[in-house]
Design a protein around this ligand. Structure first.
Ligand code: SF4
Length: 498
């Protein structure tokens, strides 16, 4: 990267997470993993929150540089604005000892400043404190007197009621005392990082839990390249501690796990199935699971999104807002399969409309089949809490829910091609290979949320229609997949096995 400052607050934070990550970031940026649409959407949420929080301190002047690489523009703009007696500055850039930091909001009153760092999360974590500490170090050493340093973050308990109430949406917490106590370590860390950066090779640091904590590192593609695609890291339910214990013993492949290694019976089932290339089929357990399913069978799936800033009344930050369902109904074993679907118009509160569309389709008897019931149950419970007039009808739906994930999670059926997963995205191709998500424009729930959220700001009619169609086809396949999986489980439970 063409930068002539040594560190920034983000590279400092990278260094705290892993010194090799810092080295790659500064010297081998080309090794960086590509950024997914999902990650970009998360970054955008952070930026949007930052802009919204500026309205807590109105009439500020934005000191942003015209591009990421012209950071000196930002420093010059900030220095000029700091000459004013009273001034609010957004994106204020400061440099000290070749370290660049950009503070989200700086409010100058006379000779002192209050600094505010905006975060889109709902708590003040250690990483945020470290981020604030390096900013404090740079800004105070650059000659500015910091009266207070605070974090602005989202109040998870805020419930929207009418116009957005910015003062209630955000919480402001002073961290000055905490970050002052960290100042003695900052020089030490900076010197250490500079020493690492001056070396001709990246530090020898192995992979570990630090690769994903506190953030997913951007160089996993490089450091993890020798870990097989299917490895001990895919053993379901195995703790990080045991995964890295095996890895540090030189074991990455399932076949090399010592026979006396303390895995649970289900973990051994996964390993042995792989080694013997054998399916595990527990017919008695599958039969008793299928006996829980009573006709009519309703196969139900929701899609939802989680806006950081609540868009609708009676909703909180990051609340799951269901906007779509697909429902396949099989009245009896021999009846025709019927399909119903609902997709809310973007920008309208979908929750009561979804409940109005769903409730009349569900009778008083039968089973409602979902995949991973924790999700559907929490969606229905939340609608019932926010709109009590629906509580009784939704309780009827809730009482009939059966989780189709159970036979796979409990390994009544396991096949080597599941690779430790019990997600429907693995189970479907294993059991019903003729049905696939491959040809769809939307292939997983995260994408569905992202696409729907983007529709809220979309004006191109053709784009809106094509996204709506893609959402409908994706959700339909989720419930059709469940229909076919149940059919296949019935066949399997009746097949002859040695
Ligand atoms: S992948 Fe892990 S070891 Fe490699 S640079 Fe990132 S955090 Fe460090």
């Amino acid at each position: 990267m063409a930068k002539d400052y040594t560190l920034s607050k983000s590279s400092y934070i990278k260094g705290l997470q892993c010194e090799k990550q810092l080295y790659f970031y500064k010297h081998n940026y080309d090794l960086k993993d590509s950024v997914s649409e999902m990650q970009l959407a998360i970054f955008k949420k952070g930026t949007d929150t930052g802009i919204l929080a500026q309205s807590l301190f109105p009439d500020g002047i934005d000191a942003s540089a015209s591009s990421h690489f012209k950071y000196k523009e930002g420093i010059e703009k900030t220095s000029k604005l700091m000459l004013n007696q009273n001034q609010t500055i957004y994106e204020a850039a400061f440099v000290y000892d070749e370290i660049l930091v950009i503070a989200d909001i700086v409010v100058k009153s006379g000779n002192t400043i209050n600094v505010y760092e905006v975060k889109s999360g709902t708590s003040v974590t250690n990483v945020i404190i470290n981020d604030a500490a390096i900013q404090y170090h740079v800004i105070s050493n650059a000659g500015y007197k910091i009266n207070d340093f605070s974090i602005i973050y989202i109040n998870r308990n805020y419930i929207r009621d009418g116009e957005l109430d910015i003062d209630s949406l955000f919480k402001i917490k002073s961290v000055k005392q905490k970050i002052k106590s960290l100042q003695k370590n900052i020089y030490k860390n900076i010197n250490h990082f500079n020493e690492i950066l001056s070396q001709s090779e990246a530090p020898q640091i192995g992979i570990g839990s630090h690769c994903t904590n506190p953030y997913q590192c951007s160089f996993i593609g490089t450091c993890w390249k020798d870990v097989p695609v299917y490895s001990i890291f895919n053993i379901a339910g195995l703790s990080q501690e045991k995964k890295f214990d095996l890895y540090n013993k030189g074991i990455t492949e399932l076949k090399n796990i010592p026979g006396d290694y303390p895995l649970t019976p289900l973990q051994w089932l996964q390993v042995n199935s792989e080694l013997r290339n054998e399916k595990v089929i527990k017919q008695k357990e599958i039969k008793s699971f299928l006996a829980k399913l009573k006709y009519p069978l309703y196969f139900l799936d929701f899609e939802s999104f989680q806006p950081a800033v609540p868009i609708f009344d009676k909703s909180k930050p990051y609340q799951q807002i269901p906007f779509q369902f697909s429902l396949h109904i099989k009245e009896s074993e021999d009846s025709q399969l019927k399909h119903y679907e609902f997709l809310a118009e973007p920008a309208t509160d979908p929750r009561t409309k979804l409940a109005d569309a769903l409730i009349p389709l569900i009778g008083n008897s039968g089973s409602i089949v979902v995949y991973n019931k924790v999700y559907e149950v929490s969606i229905l419970n939340k609608i019932a809490t926010d709109f009590p007039e629906y509580a009784e009808d939704l309780a009827n739906i809730l009482s009939k829910i059966v989780d189709l994930m159970e036979p796979f999670e409990k390994r009544y059926y396991y096949s080597p091609d599941l690779k430790g997963s019990y997600s429907i995205k693995y189970v479907l191709p294993s059991l019903v290979p003729e049905l696939s998500y491959a040809g769809l424009a939307i292939k997983e729930g995260g994408e569905a949320s992202l696409f729907y959220e983007q529709l809220l700001h979309e004006e191109d009619y053709r784009k809106i229609e094509s996204v709506k169609e893609a959402l409908l086809r994706y959700c339909e396949l989720d419930t059709l997949a469940m229909v076919k999986i149940v059919e296949r489980l019935r066949e399997i439970s009746n097949e002859f096995h040695n």
